[in-house]
Design a protein around this ligand. Structure first.
Ligand SMILES: *Cc1c(COP(=O)(O)O)cnc(C)c1O
Length: 400
């Protein structure tokens, strides 16, 4: 038997197509810790595209905790949590997070993506319905795709449209079993907030569950950075799953869900990503606990990131930039088409500012932008330098 088939040739072809269409990722190499001033590809730059909102990734308490727990418990947990890797430190992290969130119970996953991909497809099956904001994160979309449930989409942040979709759903024959409304808390491309109170109210009228992904809201919104549910004064009776990540403001890595005791028991018995994948390293769990400690005892970090956000967005707006619908430390600078966004990113990069262009297909063709993300430790001097670079680029490209 012989065949002319080359099993891997298409990999190269596909990559070349991406390059040709300008859709490939060009990876940059970070050669220092992820701090407001970093070394990237050998160049010293001001970092404006990190999720490390509170700069906790280099906080001494987190670093110490990782080292200590690694020495005490080892580099790895040795198994999945479902088998023999469920260490005291994982349980402690779950308990500490629940307390921080003012929720009855929490469950930690290895990443936020795995939380969404593991839990969402278990919530609804055949005869059930997911109702999703049109701009939800890819990990929610993938979670929904793994389920046999029906899907309906509502317009971005539009409670009225959600009510319409829910009314339609009530007419379905036979009636839907379970209905879950899924939404990002903070939308990562625009930095705007879900209308969570309105969503919770509509859900209650229809007996639907509410699942919020607060990856970009935790550590930023709510009292002491407790997140979007706290920000809106809601509880786990109204928002039934508050999902989040330790990889953004918490500065480490890991995912989690918070809600009732039943949610926790259901989640770890049903999520395949939890049951069939290794437990997070003890050093990681210890760093996550230390991040919660820091949030509880050092409120200045959250305050500072908001001060920086206000300072930066005001300057951009005063200059005439369009910062879209930002309500958080994610501040987009809208550029129109993809080429202008890429040109602006190149311009500021040359001036020592690192922020990524976000272009089609991540956002619509006319909404290309540079997405900036502020952090606690940015100094006004650094932000002024960034504003100067944006001013130069904005004038050159006729944005201001
Ligand atoms: C980053 C992100 C995730 C994934 O979280 P990880 O812990 O990094 O896997 C999920 N949802 C949203 C909205 C995100 O922004």
């Amino acid at each position: 038997m012989s065949t002319k088939r080359n099993p891997t040739k298409y990999l190269g072809n596909e990559y070349q197509r991406l390059v040709h269409e300008n859709l490939n990722w060009e990876l940059k190499e970070l050669q220092s810790p992820n701090e407001p001033v970093c070394t990237v590809n050998g160049k010293k730059v001001i970092m404006l595209c990190a999720n490390n909102y509170l700069n906790l990734s280099t906080h001494p308490k987190l670093v110490e905790a990782t080292i200590e727990a690694t020495k005490k418990y080892g580099a790895g947990a040795g198994s999945d949590r479902s088998i023999s890797g469920n260490m005291f430190i994982h349980e402690e992290l779950d308990r500490r997070l629940a307390k921080f969130k003012h929720a009855p119970a929490s469950l930690t996953y290895q990443t936020g993506f795995m939380a969404n991909q593991g839990l969402i497809p278990q919530l609804c099956g055949r005869g059930d319905l997911f109702v999703s904001d049109e701009l939800n994160h890819g990990s929610i979309i993938d979670g929904v795709r793994l389920s046999h449930a029906d899907r309906a989409i509502f317009k971005h942040k539009d409670a009225e449209d959600l009510a319409r979709v829910m009314d339609e759903a009530e007419k379905h024959k036979p009636p839907y079993g379970h209905i879950w409304i899924l939404t990002d808390g903070v939308f990562s491309m625009d930095g705007d907030l879900a209308p969570l109170s309105a969503i919770a109210k509509i859900a209650k009228e229809h007996g639907a569950g509410v699942y919020v992904d607060d990856a970009h809201g935790e550590g930023v919104l709510g009292t002491g950075g407790r997140g979007i549910v706290n920000h809106f004064g809601l509880s786990s009776d109204e928002v039934h799953v508050e999902m989040g990540t330790f990889s953004k403001a918490f500065g480490v890595i890991g995912g989690h869900v918070s809600g009732g005791e039943d949610l926790r028991n259901f989640a770890y018995n049903k999520s395949r990503t939890w049951l069939l994948s290794g437990a997070m390293s003890p050093g990681v769990a210890a760093a996550c606990i230390a991040a919660i400690d820091v949030l509880e005892s050092e409120p200045q970090h959250v305050r500072r990131v908001w001060e920086n956000r206000e300072y930066f967005i005001k300057a951009l707006k005063d200059l005439g930039f369009d910062t879209g619908n930002s309500e958080t430390p994610i501040v987009p600078v809208l550029c129109g088409d993809s080429k202008r966004a890429k040109d602006l990113a190149n311009f500021i990069w040359k001036k020592g500012i690192f922020a990524l262009p976000i272009v089609y297909p991540m956002v619509s063709r006319d909404k290309a932008r540079i997405r900036t993300q502020l952090s606690t430790k940015h100094t006004h001097e650094q932000l002024d330098k960034a504003i100067e670079a944006f001013t130069g680029g904005g004038k050159k490209l006729d944005l201001i």
